[in-house]
Design a protein around this ligand. Structure first.
Ligand code: C5P
Length: 222
């Protein structure tokens, strides 16, 4: 690729977006949160009054959807057809239905096209489930980020608590496991480690150490 590409894949709540965001700002790469794009399609389905099961309806909706990212602090802001959905895409309802919506062929083709277009004029760090395997198969660096399900549930629990959302730890653990199962078992580009990806286990490791480790890997490939 003409511009440098870093692909970060892994299961839910492994820390992908936290790490990718920090690396992108340190290295001056564009950060692309592909999970936010699938979440935005899920919100669009709801706003259109469609059932999440309605693959034909959601497919027909795709040409009418524009997704934009704008810089924001502490999180990037996300817009659906010009309307801000930064918070809406993180609701429990969206989180628990996004795996179904993202399993549809037309949704995947459309998002992958949009994601590839974002790599044409800038170096990127892109995080998701199928970046190293499907979206950017020639990425110079591919990372597969993992952590134990207990630790991932605890991280999500803390995040939720800060937002004032009360969901117990066991429920979160079940939701994470279910989402990983669906994402790993769908027919099209399921979550899987690319052959040439480097696995980084973040269980018990602080954010700064993970960032430093991946930065070293990127520097070795530049
Ligand atoms: O990364 P995040 O947890 O926000 O992703 C939400 C969901 O979007 C995932 O559980 C998965 O169903 C879908 N997704 C995907 N492919 C990607 C990124 C996310 O199918 N590249």
């Amino acid at each position: 690729p003409a511009f440098f590409q870093v692909a970060i894949d892994g299961p839910a709540s492994a820390g992908k977006s936290t790490i990718a965001k920090i690396l992108a700002s340190q290295l001056h790469f564009v950060y692309v949160d592909t999970g936010a794009m699938y979440r935005t399609v899920t919100v669009a389905a709801k706003k259109a009054g469609l059932s999440y099961e309605d693959e034909a309806g959601i497919t027909a909706l795709l040409p009418k959807i524009t997704i934009e990212f704008k810089p924001g602090n502490p999180v990037q802001r996300v817009f659906l057809n010009g309307e801000e959905v930064t918070e809406a895409i993180r609701s429990t309802e969206v989180t628990n239905n996004v795996s179904l919506v993202s399993s549809y062929a037309a949704v995947r083709t459309d998002m992958v096209d949009k994601q590839r277009a974002m790599t044409e004029s800038n170096p990127v760090i892109m995080d998701g489930r199928d970046i190293g395997t499907t979206v950017l198969p020639n990425a110079q660096v591919k990372i597969f980020l993992v952590a134990s399900v207990d630790e991932r549930a605890e991280r999500r629990y803390k995040e939720n608590k800060e937002k004032g959302m009360a969901v117990d730890l066991e429920t979160l653990k079940k939701e994470i496991e279910e989402r990983d199962y669906k994402d790993s078992h769908r027919a099209i580009s399921p979550l899987t480690k690319a052959k040439d990806a480097i696995e980084v286990d973040t269980t018990g490791i602080g954010i700064d150490d993970v960032v430093a480790k991946i930065k070293t890997i990127i520097e070795e490939h530049q």
